[in-house]
Design a binder for this molecule. Sequence first.
Ligand SMILES: *Cc1c(COP(=O)(O)O)cnc(C)c1O
Length: 403
Amino acid sequence: MSVAPDSSSPLYGTYARAAVRFERGEGVWLIAEDGTRYLDFAGGVAVSSLGHVHPHLVEALKAQAEKVWHVSNLVEIPGQIRLAERLTAATFADKAFFTNSGAEALECAIKTARRYHYVNGRPERFRIVTFEGAFHGRTLATIAAGGQAKYLEGFGPKVEGFDQVPFGDKEALAAAIGPETAGILIEPIQGEGGIRVVPREMLRSLRELCDREGLLLILDEVQCGTGRTGRLFAHEWADVRPDIMAVAKGIGGGFPLGVCLATAEAAAGMTTGTHGTTYGGNPLAMAVGNAVLDVVLAEGFMDNVRERSLQIKQALAGMLDRYPDVVSDIRGEGLLLGVKAVVPNGELIAAMRQHGMLAVPAGDNVVRLLPPLIISAEDVREGMERMEGAIASLSAATARKTA
Ligand SMILES: *Cc1c(COP(=O)(O)O)cnc(C)c1O
């Protein structure tokens, strides 16, 4: 169902879009113009954390829309102070800077790390070590940080200051650290890279390495944060505290919102005039962000994420046994799950769509399952039936081909 960029379209041809048009959403369901109902295990790529048109978010957005939309960061914005207080109270951080997207949160994180060393008399420390398979966004600096050739090609000189090492290669990591290194940037779970979970022990050893070398540990929790793994932030599972963290996607529940969080020490260089944004942290975004937190921080919310995760993993394990010709591995934590496909992942996603279910591709031939965190046991059961239907249809097709 993926179509080649349509040359008659007025849009940039940067996306090969599926030929489906959604008219409205209801919780974990999306309803297409032709009336077909799809179970949304794509979640707008980990954004729709509370599903579609969640009544508490709709109420918060409407109420703010009737007061004031935008005032600029030249004045105080009470919603920013409130959201920053709640985020810093719930995390390692003391300071917050609000953005509109994940890439902007990462840009702020990178600038914060460079300024930290600058104001500490070590301006030569500007380089950041990153990991193969990483994804940090599509701005010039974040494609350099991600280091993927397919995103860098043709965009001119790569932004200087990023050193990439293979995932899990301790010796390469040690070799990459030098007198110019400012910090280490890592996703606790690589999302686009194929749902590759960083072992808890490895995150702890990165923290120790940073402490030993005077480096900042920067986490990208744009995709794995905001309750997605069954803890507010994924690094909590490893009991590790970063110095700086980028957050976006799920925290806005569909409203463009990101945030860079940092300790007071790490953010010490970000003084008046050093950074800014026109829209970041505007009253509409703050109303929605606070409303998302109301729900995510409520008693029992994370229990549902963990229970539904277990339910999905158990169902998938059965499919792995029954259809080794179609799927070969399950990975991930909470509701950030990946199924490694034997057939091309795009084929499995298309078959799932034919069975009325949405999912997202990732690297390493993985199909990502990112349902809204509010999903019920019954909807998971429905989803797993649809997924098995899709897998069975591919298995039958493969059997016919080889017969
Ligand atoms: C999506 C994503 C980004 C980029 O976020 P945008 O809002 O698209 O700029 C950065 N890092 C990770 C881990 C992501 O998943």
